[in-house]
Design a protein around this ligand. Structure first.
Ligand SMILES: C[S@@+](CC[C@H](N)C(=O)[O-])C[C@H]1O[C@@H](n2cnc3c(N)ncnc32)[C@H](O)[C@@H]1O
Length: 149
């Protein structure tokens, strides 16, 4: 059950540095790398791809290191700041934007070859609408055909 609309921003802004550190721990790094590998089994680089609800940006950066053109999107501005920090430090080419995922995405239809949304859906008031938006119109026609059978 999602909290009030503003609550995720308050909570995750406060927790942004801690989330960044957590995703840097060895077992988290391992998990992130495995998810990026699984993603690569479905969507070939260079994408472009999106990490929606990207938090500190660990998955987006793992994909960028694999050669994807990545945009990470999160509604908590301090999370996005944390995500941008390793991107700058390691000279990994990824873009991070602040956007509330409960509003329509600011990307044109068929902008992406694939999207990740890790641990983000539970916060959204209308997850089915979000899935519908990311699952079909945002995917390129070839990927959409594969997903839909
Ligand atoms: C549990 S964290 C997961 C972060 C990242 N996906 C990861 O696995 O490291 C959930 C993230 O979703 C973001 N989020 C929650 N509700 C959101 C919304 N309505 N719009 C944009 N981001 C949202 C939070 O700010 C937070 O960064």
């Amino acid at each position: 059950m999602p909290g009030p609309h503003w609550f995720f921003r308050f909570m995750y802004d406060r927790e942004s540095a801690a989330w960044g550190r957590r995703r840097d721990e060895p077992e988290h790094r391992d998990l992130v790398e495995r998810i990026a590998d699984e993603f690569a089994n479905v969507v070939a680089p260079p994408g472009p791809v999106a990490d929606l609800g990207c938090g500190p940006g660990a998955h987006a950066l793992a994909l960028a290191r694999r050669g994807y053109e990545v945009v990470g999107v999160d509604g908590a501005p301090r999370m996005v700041e944390v995500a941008r920090t390793p991107a700058g430090r390691d000279e990994v080419d990824a873009t991070f934007d602040v956007h509330d995922l409960s509003a329509p995405l600011r990307f044109a239809d068929a902008s992406f070859g694939g999207v990740l949304a890790i641990l983000a859906l539970q916060h959204l008031p209308h997850p089915a609408a979000f899935i519908a938006e990311t699952r079909t119109p945002s995917l390129s026609p070839s990927v959409r055909a594969e997903v839909n059978g």
